[in-house]
Design a protein around this ligand. Structure first.
Ligand code: FMN
Length: 255
């Protein structure tokens, strides 16, 4: 099995690395890496990981799949969705998109991880709690990998009840948010020290340096990578100030 993923702030990458390590598969490759497409082309079984955004697929992943829809026909796919708290059908929404491209979905997994929306108060946990969440997710991945190896993968988020929960819980209200770019990304020029970290990290190349300060364009897909990385907490999107950055990834490498 080959792993590919999109990860805004590292949670999904962490879970996919664990899954592929446990299975002894290939990758995982970020979809930002051209090698991901070639890996999908030559593999029959693929695990796809992504962070749930309002019970939906991040635009960057959705667009990537639709731009290369021909490569998915006949693939056997396992879907892994990470989330801050809950998604009715996090795995299901990607499963349906891939099935429409001719893929066959063999299973799904939902993993609760630290919240990546660093500028909104809800869902903020202590560092200790975040580490526990990551450790629990790693254990759940280990069990899922064993089930995949034994030929009966978990099927979280794939049934009709999950579909309904995802739809009523969030997608009816928020479905358009992940279809369009947002121009709401704000960079506080007074705080910005022009280090360029956000510019280099943005998967959409939506941030550029102007007169030594970072400035955002209108092609943000809300992955929250820049806001979580900024050493000066100068970047916000949905909220007005950064409350807690998701930096647990570094310490999670040792979980
Ligand atoms: C724009 C946006 C919307 C989100 N919506 C949800 C949601 O509907 N349900 C949920 O449980 N988590 C939600 N989250 C949290 C992320 O899915 C979660 O933190 C995920 O593990 C982040 O993964 P990453 O580090 O790989 O980007 C959202 C995050 C973002 C940035």
């Amino acid at each position: 099995m080959t792993g590919i993923y999109f990860s805004g702030t590292g949670n999904t990458r962490f879970c996919m690395e664990r899954l592929i390590q446990e299975i002894g598969g290939e990758g995982p490759y970020s979809i930002e890496d051209r090698a991901a497409l070639d890996a999908v082309r030559r593999s029959r079984e693929i695990a796809v990981g992504y962070p749930v955004q309002y019970s939906n697929i991040p635009k960057i992943l959705r667009d990537n799949i639709l731009d290369h829809r021909d490569i998915w026909a006949g693939k056997r796919v396992f879907v892994l969705a990470t989330m801050g708290l809950f998604s009715g059908d996090g795995a299901g929404v990607l499963a349906r998109l891939l099935e429409r491209q001719g893929a066959f979905v063999i299973g799904g997994l939902h993993l609760k991880m630290p919240d990546s929306i660093c500028d909104v108060k809800v869902l903020k946990r202590t560092d200790e709690k975040d580490r526990i969440l990551a450790a629990e997710a790693a254990e759940k991945v280990r069990k899922a990998a064993a089930q995949i190896r034994s030929g009966s993968p978990p099927r979280e988020g794939l049934g009709p009840l999950s579909h309904l929960a995802g739809l009523l819980g969030q997608r009816l209200h928020f479905s358009q948010r992940t279809r369009r770019y947002t121009d709401r990304l704000k960079i506080d020029a007074d705080r910005c020290v022009g280090c360029g970290l956000c510019e280099r990290a943005c998967p959409m190349h939506n941030i550029s340096m102007r007169s030594g300060k970072a400035a955002a364009g209108g092609r943000c897909t809300m992955c929250y990578r820049c806001a979580n990385l900024c050493p000066r907490q100068a970047v916000t999107l949905l909220g007005r100030r950064v409350i807690k950055q998701n930096r647990a990834l570094d310490s999670r490498q040792t979980v």
